[in-house]
Design a protein around this ligand. Structure first.
Ligand code: SF4
Length: 370
């Protein structure tokens, strides 16, 4: 290990602190509380990567902070643009293993070409341990959780691009990139708090959606956070038998347990939930599946997103055919379910639902350099 790397390990990483912890830390150095706000703003609004950039702090203070603390930052490493406007980013994390994660910008445009919704799909973990059979990330295995700072870094970098290219800030965030967000609970919740903070990006929590495969304990805990974000459940099958075959988590946390957690969540937050349902050909796309899904959709007020899957190489499940989608939707609507069909975007750059994974060579999730 090189000397400067060893030294950095000893320094406090300011982006590993929550807002309160940052305030306590700087307070312990004898700094007034407004200084903590200034540093927070530099980190999360202006994206500072060094203390040198913090020009409203005195030169002495900047030098003092550089001695004892560090600022880790995930930086853009690569970018791919789809013909449909979707942009996939590869971020290099600041660690000794050279881990990388992907995030996706999904822009929607008005007829006159002006940007409407600018949705960012962020990653919360390097890889994932839940092994859903349709998901490229699951095939990578799990490497580590992201810090809340690394989650915000993805959003901040993409927000800068949106301001430059579209003249407006991002409008929505979905935690649906690599990893299971509620398996990295603390960092995900803190990152959502930071993203909605007035001294950061000030995005309304209502425009932030946290998704989960159904970690019931964490769903119940989330209900007590008073976070104001939206909850999406990655359902993808409407009975235990089918769900067990594509989502191993269902074997221990089945639909009955999920129902209990979702009902508690709704009782406490009074917020409807969204069910994400990838439609797979001749697997979960029959009218009977639709009737079972309609029953789940009635657990609490909800809406259902039917997502047309982009096929992933090595996965036997395939995108459902249009005629089967049609019958499925008719059945859902006849049961008064609020349902929308979403085309998974960015298929030509492997940016769609279930397609994110770090691939060969220098783009591997864990480089051999570590
Ligand atoms: S779908 Fe989500 S939880 Fe399942 S393997 Fe992929 S990233 Fe993990």
């Amino acid at each position: 290990m090189k000397k400067e790397e060893y030294t950095d390990v000893q320094k406090a990483d300011l982006k590993n602190f929550t807002k309160d912890e940052l305030s306590d830390y700087l307070g312990s150095l004898g700094l007034a509380s407004y200084r903590a706000d200034q540093v927070f703003q530099w980190l999360y609004q202006k994206g500072a990567a060094s203390f040198e950039e913090m020009t409203n702090l005195s030169k002495d203070l900047r030098a003092q902070l550089s001695e004892i603390a560090t600022i880790k930052k995930a930086v853009e490493y690569n970018r791919q643009e789809s013909k449909d406007g979707t942009i996939k980013f590869l971020f290099q994390l600041d660690d000794l293993n050279s881990y990388k994660v992907e995030a996706v910008l999904i822009p929607d445009f008005f007829d006159d070409g002006e940007a409407n919704r600018l949705t960012v799909c962020v990653s919360s973990q390097v890889g994932c341990m839940f092994g859903c059979s349709f998901c490229a990330t699951g095939k990578m295995g799990y490497f580590r959780n992201l810090t809340h700072g690394e989650i915000v870094d993805q959003v901040q970098a993409i927000n800068e691009l949106c301001e430059e290219r579209f003249g407006k800030k991002i409008t929505n965030i979905v935690y649906m990139g690599m990893g299971e967000p509620l398996h990295n609970y603390k960092a995900v919740v803190e990152s959502a708090r930071i993203i909605s903070d007035p001294l950061s990006l000030e995005l309304s929590p209502r425009r932030i959606t946290i998704s989960t495969v159904g970690l019931t304990k964490q769903i119940k805990k989330l209900a007590d956070e008073d976070l104001g974000t939206k909850l999406a459940i990655s359902l993808h099958a409407a009975n235990d038998e089918k769900r067990n075959t594509i989502m191993p988590i269902n074997e221990s946390l089945n639909l009955e347990k999920l129902e209990e957690a979702v009902k508690i969540y709704f009782k406490k937050t009074e917020q409807p939930v969204t069910y994400e349902y990838l439609l797979f050909d001749e697997f979960n796309d029959t009218p009977d599946d639709a009737r079972k899904l309609a029953k789940i959709a009635r657990w609490v007020p909800s809406k259902v997103n039917i997502i047309m899957y982009n096929n992933v190489s090595g996965v036997t499940l395939k995108r459902a055919r249009e005629e089967r989608l049609d019958l499925f939707m008719r059945e859902l609507i006849s049961h008064n379910v609020t349902a929308t069909v979403r085309q998974s975007r960015g298929d030509d750059i492997d940016a769609g639902c279930g397609q994110l994974a770090i691939r060969e060579g220098s783009e591997r999730g864990k480089s051999m350099a570590g």
